[in-house]
Design a protein around this ligand. Structure first.
Ligand SMILES: Cc1cc2nc3c(=O)[nH]c(=O)nc-3n(C[C@H](O)[C@H](O)[C@H](O)COP(=O)(O)OP(=O)(O)OC[C@H]3O[C@@H](n4cnc5c(N)ncnc54)[C@H](O)[C@@H]3O)c2cc1C
Length: 453
């Protein structure tokens, strides 16, 4: 799989001291042959060209399909306070080293940043009016019950909202309407323990660097079987089909790493990785925006356009006003290219398709996010330009990392939840050690150990 986990694994295999392109053959097979699946047609399709249309980090046409799933549509937040704790410090450190070695600041937007929780009161967009002014005056949580809360992606990190102190936001958080919309602010992370990357550019760079060191990358190659010797004790080959002409190929191999994100249990049914769809948007601000990742809690007052219900399929929610206050939790990450990324809640409405190329985007769910963030920030609202509406599948349940005890050479690295970008390099490094040295050296696998599957 050509997501962050597969690409980091390929990269770190080529950086292992015992690796030699003369004796080792590494092939990365990616099912999709386009990274445009899960994006509306009017979205930008190469973020590398945003800052400089002639940039050298432009998409390698031969790599279209790499980072086409969650690894290209995630936020890209990195944090020492992420989980699991056995993997996080190694991976956070590796992100820093990779950025230094390969000019990650320029190439994939690596930078240290702040992370904060903000409790906000949405302004009702023009053309609509609140029909219950008394409720609008209350702050969100006081006015709603649990059924009217739409949870954010990294919800496990949030403090109880009642504990949030109204401390006043930092002065440079000037792209948030701190006068009218901000109710409470609390810092969560600082540049000492928090950073970010552009996940699509990072993943593509890992693929490119791996290829330059000898990895063969084949896109439009969907693995359909992992073949073992007769008694099942050793991997022998993988079968993949060319998604364009349906031609089947058998690739002999000593090791097979299944890094297929949410698709993993289709190849390895005993590995319990599950999938939830999540929508996100990218908005360009008229001026650069300061380096904050905001975990919001926004109270939408009566009269605000109704968010699409979790189980609704393509509901035209836009402009239908809500009657009672509702709380939503989009996460907003300012990026160094002058854009902000924002993601909404997960849904289970559309099952995981065959490949990332067929991921369905529900435009109304993207428009929900756009309306909600526009109600607390003019830069991301009336003055912003929407560059992308997109959806992808969050792999859940793990991370599961390691070699099967039953089948030598069969490895898995999947189910990385909402921290797969943070934990990609650490996972790749550990896999390179397991494959070449027989065991993980740089960190304990701990609860991630997948040898039982
Ligand atoms: C909205 C959202 C925001 C997020 N924000 C963050 C964040 O801020 N920080 C963070 O650390 N993490 C974040 N994440 C999590 C992160 O995106 C994922 O954990 C990570 O991208 C998973 O990477 P992966 O390589 O395992 O899977 P994927 O990116 O899904 O890649 C798997 C690849 O395998 C390919 N594949 C599947 N089946 C086959 C097959 N049979 N043959 C060949 N190829 C196959 C797929 O086409 C795909 O390209 C976010 C996730 C979402 C959904």
């Amino acid at each position: 799989g050509g997501g962050i986990i597969g690409c980091c694994t390929a990269y770190f295999l080529t950086r292992h001291p015992s690796y030699s392109p003369d004796t080792h053959r590494i092939t990365l097979l990616e099912a999709a042959s386009t990274s445009s699946g899960g994006r509306t047609d009017d979205s930008i399709h190469d973020p590398a060209t945003l800052a400089d249309p002639a940039t050298a980090s432009k998409k390698n046409p031969a790599h279209d399909g790499i980072a086409g799933a969650a690894s290209g549509k995630a936020g890209g937040l990195l944090a020492l306070w992420a989980f699991p704790s056995n993997l996080v410090p190694l991976s956070f450190q590796l992100h820093d080293e990779l950025a230094q070695q390969h000019d990650g600041e320029r190439r994939w937007g690596y930078r240290r940043c702040y992370a904060s929780q903000v409790e906000c009161q949405a302004r009702v967009p023009g053309g609509l009016s609140a029909n219950d002014k008394s409720t609008v005056q209350q702050t969100g949580r006081d006015a709603v019950d649990g059924n009217h809360l739409t949870k954010g992606l990294h919800k496990d990190h949030r403090s109880k909202i009642r504990a949030l102190q109204s401390l006043g936001a930092p002065e440079d958080l000037d792209w948030l309407d701190t006068d009218k919309a901000l109710v409470a602010y609390e810092g969560m992370g600082t540049p000492k323990d928090t950073a970010q990357v552009h996940p699509e550019l990072f993943t593509r760079s890992m693929a490119q660097l791996a290829q330059e060191s000898g990895v063969k990358i084949i896109t439009g190659a969907r693995v359909t079987a992992i073949n073992k010797v007769a008694d099942g004790s050793q991997v022998e080959s993988v079968t993949y089909i060319n998604t364009k002409d349906g031609q089947e190929t058998l690739l002999p191999t000593t090791h097979c790493v299944v890094a297929a994100g949410p698709w993993t249990s289709r190849l390895l049914p005993t590995v319990p990785v599950t999938a939830s769809r999540a929508h996100s948007v990218v908005v360009k601000s008229p001026q650069p925006i300061s380096a904050y990742a905001l975990f919001t809690s926004i109270a939408l007052p009566p009269g605000f356009p109704a968010p699409t219900p979790e189980h609704a399929k393509g509901t035209p929610a836009a402009l239908k006003p809500i009657k009672r206050t509702q709380v939503v939790e989009p996460e907003i990450y300012a990026r160094p290219d002058g854009t902000a990324y924002a993601c909404g809640p997960t849904d289970q409405t559309v099952p995981l398709p065959l490949t990332s190329a067929e991921v369905e985007v529900d435009r109304t769910r993207c428009d929900d996010i756009i309306t909600q963030i526009g109600a607390i920030s003019d830069e991301l609202g009336k003055d912003g330009e929407v560059l992308a509406r997109q959806a992808c599948y969050l792999p859940q349940g793990g991370p599961f990392i390691g070699e099967s005890r039953k089948t030598k050479g069969l490895l898995v690295a999947a189910g990385h939840t909402c921290w797969g970008i943070q934990n990609g390099p650490g996972t790749g490094k550990l896999l390179s050690e397991i494959i070449i040295e027989g065991e993980a050296k740089s960190a304990r696998l701990g609860g991630c150990d997948a040898s039982r599957y």
